[in-house]
Structure formats: structure tokens, C-alpha cells
Design a protein around this ligand. Sequence first.
Ligand code: GRF
Length: 202
Amino acid sequence: MMKKRIAVLASGRGSNFQAVIEAIQQGKIPAVCVALITDNPGAYAIKRAEKAGIPVKVIDYSAFPSREMYERALLLAMQQADADLFVLAGYMRILGTGIVHAFRGKIMNIHPALLPSFTGLHAQQQAINYGVKVSGCTVHFVDESLDCGPIILQRCVAVLEGDDEELLADRILKQEHECLPEAIRLFCEEKLVTDGRNVRIT
Ligand code: GRF
């Protein structure tokens, strides 16, 4: 099977990006990572990309006069990457509908909660505040609504007494680092079939 071209969008630390880089290097995913695209010139993910020899495209959000102009530049960068799959790995902005429409079924996101619970920011703290006993992570395709597209994979994590946001986030992150590369592998091996909200693994 031909290797797929994947591009990663990340805004910060990039530990999920690193997990994807390593899975590719270890031959676990039949893909080549063709670009890291970031909105943040200070993102540590940039260093990870450079170390792995992955081209970096910085689209500095703060350098654009409007969200529309930023989105236009991002769309162009995504088109130029010519990727089969775009992976949002800690990309901290909402993608505009123009981009979602342009790449429908080709964008996946990782979220640190069991969706549809606890969308948006501070999902781990939301889980603690609500008092759930189990949380986790979700990899899903991206649609027009925030953290809402068809679910590909989920992993559960216990919420323990005495957990604070950081402790729970660390426990969930370990699962994210397995779940995201696994979902990408399934995509690259063409094993995901989406039927409405349901994603079947064939
Ligand atoms: C992860 O928890 C991810 O689920 C969320 O943002 C965090 C990014 O972490 N969307 P990292 O940059 O991959 O280390």
C-alpha cells in the first residue's frame, strides 16, 4: 500500500505530535509526515519537527489583521501540504467552516475527554468538577461543530480521588499517545469507513 501523506497542526508542546513522529519512524504507520503547521511561532512542536526533519510552516495568528485573513493563509498552507490527512494534535483554534468543507473526512482531532462530554478547553478540569469516575480521550473526525465529528477511537481513564487537572491530564495523555497514532494508522491503512456519525473499523 502506498504511504499516505499526513500533515500535523499543533499549537504548543507537541507531545502527541512526537508520538506520531515516533510511530511513523518505527514503521507502525504507513505514512510520511509532510508538514507541521502551527499558529504559534513559539510552539515547542517546531523543535520536534526540526529534529525529525519535517518541514515547518508557521502561520502566526497574531500577525493577521483578522481571523478571516488567518484562515485564508491556513487554507492555502493546507492545500500546499497536499496531505491525505490533517491531524489536529493540540491545535488550539477552531477551524473555520471553509477549511472543514475543503477537507471533509480528512481532518482528525484528539480531545482529552470522552466526547460528547466536556468539549472545549480544560476538559480534564471539567471532568473533575462534574465528578465523573471515568474520563479519557477521543479521536474524531472534524466537522463544523466544536469537538463533535464522528468518533474514531476512545480510551478510558479512571478519575481518582485527589486528582487535580494536571494529574488527570497526565494520565489521559499517556492514552492519547497510543490512541492518536492508532487512529492515524487505521486511516492510512484505509480501514475506516464513515457512515453518518458512525465510523466502522474494517
Ligand atoms: C492534548 O491533551 C490534546 O488532547 C489537546 O491538547 C493537548 C495537547 O498536548 N487537544 P500536546 O501539545 O500534544 O502535548
